[in-house]
Write a protein that binds this ligand. Structure first.
Ligand SMILES: Nc1ncnc2c1ncn2[C@@H]1O[C@H](COP(=O)(O)OP(=O)(O)O)[C@@H](O)[C@H]1O
Ligand SMILES: [Mg+2]
Length: 305
């Protein structure tokens, strides 16, 4: 039989329970029950994959369940996240997983599938079957990019990826980060339904700001509520001014938040891995990624802009 607690122990136990309750309360407030979804986009090379990986790892370290989705044509999110090579080598992106596409849509890409295949395949098993668990418990799903064609492509690959996005919108209790270069155009409303926040990255170059503005306008049109701009690889103050000038010239400067990240030798040196940054809290990129993570958590709780 357990010894009865003396009054001092009893007091201490009560205190501990109080602390535990408070912690639970705080976590409950922190983790939106629905979970939330963020799309990370911008021109090729601006730092999407690096930032997606940093956010995913930092959120996972905070104790959240994180699903990172790779739709970037370069498909190096696994590498950035720190998934070991042996595991990476076995990943088949969904858009090239001919067996799965055929199993789900009834048509095999590259064959003459005719007119009949399912546009609404049931992909509820996709994360269980193809998700890969990386460092800090981050779950990764490599989708591969949509087939972009002038008039859109009514093909089984895209039907499958569309269904995956729709399915992802229904997943609860986790934070979903999607790394994509051109996904906003393709997934459009399907994406906006579940994704309430966008992180748009740009460098201090005209072209990348232009791409960022196009993406931001589209995101706004779609009704994505919070659009965060990241001005990345900034070498001097004048670069921020330049980006501001271009934004104003292009007639769009309506971002929910802006984060400026300096050019960081260490990021480039270890590219595409971010492990060195995560183990070096002194790195400016680490600190800025923390800031951005907190911004996402904060705005996840705000239904309106
Ligand atoms: N803040 C930064 N400072 C220096 N180099 C960076 C920074 N952010 C990203 N990079 C580098 O830029 C390159 C492109 O980054 P990446 O994340 O692959 O971009 P994207 O996914 O948008 O194509 C990589 O070599 C990466 O290490
Ligand atoms: Mg990338």
């Amino acid at each position: 039989m357990a010894k009865p607690l003396n009054p001092k122990d009893e007091e201490r136990r009560k205190k501990l329970f109080e602390i535990a309750d408070e912690l639970r309360e705080r976590t409950k407030k922190q983790v939106p029950e629905e979970g939330f979804r963020v799309v990370i986009t911008g021109k090729g090379g601006v730092g999407k994959t690096t930032m997606t990986a940093l956010l995913a790892r930092l959120l996972a370290r905070d104790g959240y369940r994180v699903l990172a989705v790779d739709e970037d044509p370069q498909m190096n999110l696994a590498h950035a996240l720190g998934v070991p090579k042996e595991v990476r080598d076995k990943i088949i992106p969904l858009n090239r997983n001919l067996d799965y596409i055929e199993e789900k849509t009834g048509a095999r890409p590259g064959t003459n599938w005719g007119l009949y295949f399912s546009l609404t395949p049931d992909v509820r098993d996709v994360v269980d079957r193809f998700g890969v668990v990386g460092p800090d418990g981050v779950m990764l799903l490599v989708m591969g990019s949509v087939v972009q064609a002038a008039a859109g492509c009514l093909c089984p690959e895209n039907a499958l990826l569309d269904a995956v996005i729709k399915y992802i919108n229904l997943r609860k209790g986790e934070i979903i980060l999607m790394d994509t270069q051109a996904g906003l155009e393709h997934f459009g409303r399907a994406l906006a339904r579940g994704f309430k926040q966008a992180v748009i990255l740009t460098e201090p170059t005209y072209n990348s700001v232009q791409v960022a503005v196009d993406a931001a306008k589209l995101a706004r049109q779609l009704g994505i509520e919070h659009i965060h701009l990241v001005i990345n690889k900034v070498k001097k103050e004048a670069h921020v001014e330049k980006v501001e000038r271009i934004l104003n010239e292009l007639g769009f400067n309506d971002f929910t938040t802006k984060t400026v990240i300096p050019y960081d030798e260490m990021v480039e040196e270890y590219d595409p891995e971010i492990e060195a940054i995560l183990t070096n809290p002194e790195s400016p990129t680490y600190r800025k990624a923390l800031e951005l993570k907190d911004i996402l958590l904060r705005y996840a709780e705000q239904p309106e802009r």
